[in-house]
Design a protein. Structure first.
Length: 255
């Protein structure tokens, strides 16, 4: 599987352009990394303001030339078939913000009920439900007390199914956060920004996950594969350069 683990489909985005970019970018990233081209997977990390997964699942806003395939035994995943044999597997997920203002990406989840809760309570709830989660790095978001909280969590040992996350917006040459080395496993994603043209980044950064996808229950098979990881999966794609990082941050703050 070629996986982008941090995906937002913002309101108003051209969905045909978005989906086409995701399929093309992941395929190119896999080829450049020299890995077998497998299913291209987007782990959706939607906020309550994003409804892309639910819309497409209901057949709403499906771009011309694309077809949605549902999984009767797995309502948390859909497969999209596009022009030129493009295929994408989308898995539902939420991005919530804990009481400590730390982002948590929950895989295979559609509720927002954990938003605003203390991080320990969020992780305990996910552990009880046997769900996977990612604590993603973000520019300026792991500084001060928030950075210390991440460091303490990593030092104590991340709970099973909880990973740190890198994103394509961390510029090339930027030192990796100290927690990455200590955590051992880091799951990258593109984290496209809500700026004009931000959709071009989707699928440009992620990882290769060996193993077959259950054709009936893809969400559970992906979570099982993540839980079975014992070493860092192969990273695919590219992060932005310093000029691209600066340009994106300026545009984000202006918008």
């Amino acid at each position: 599987m070629l996986i982008d683990a941090h995906v937002h489909m913002y309101p108003g985005v051209d969905r045909n352009a978005f989906l086409s970019a995701a399929a093309a970018n992941l395929a190119i990233a896999g080829q450049r990394a020299g890995v077998d081209t497998g299913p291209c997977v987007l782990l959706m990390t939607e906020t309550p303001h994003e409804t892309g997964f639910d819309d497409l699942s209901a057949g709403s806003g499906v771009p011309a030339g694309w077809r949605v395939e549902l999984f009767p035994d797995d309502p948390l995943a859909i497969r999209l078939h596009g022009p030129g044999a493009q295929t994408l597997l989308l898995v539902a997920g939420r991005q919530i913000v804990s009481a400590e203002r730390l982002e948590v990406l929950i895989i295979g989840y559609r509720d927002a009920m954990l938003d605003g809760q203390p991080l320990d309570d969020v992780l305990a709830a996910l552990r009880n439900e046997e769900r996977c989660a990612i604590l993603p790095w973000g520019a300026g978001k792991w500084l001060g007390a928030r950075g210390a909280r991440i460091a303490a969590l990593v030092s104590a040992g991340l709970p099973p199914g909880v990973f740190l996350g890198d994103n394509g917006g961390r510029p090339v040459g930027w030192p990796a956060p100290a927690g990455f080395g200590a955590a051992g496993l880091v799951l990258p994603g593109s984290d496209p920004l809500p700026i004009s043209g931000g959709w071009r980044d989707v699928g440009s950064y992620g990882f290769y996950l060996p193993g077959a996808v259950d054709p009936a229950r893809p969400t559970q098979s992906i979570m099982d594969a993540l839980l079975a990881l014992t070493h860092q999966p192969k990273i695919i794609g590219r992060r932005v350069g310093i000029p691209g990082f600066i340009a994106r941050q300026i545009r984000l703050r202006v918008s």
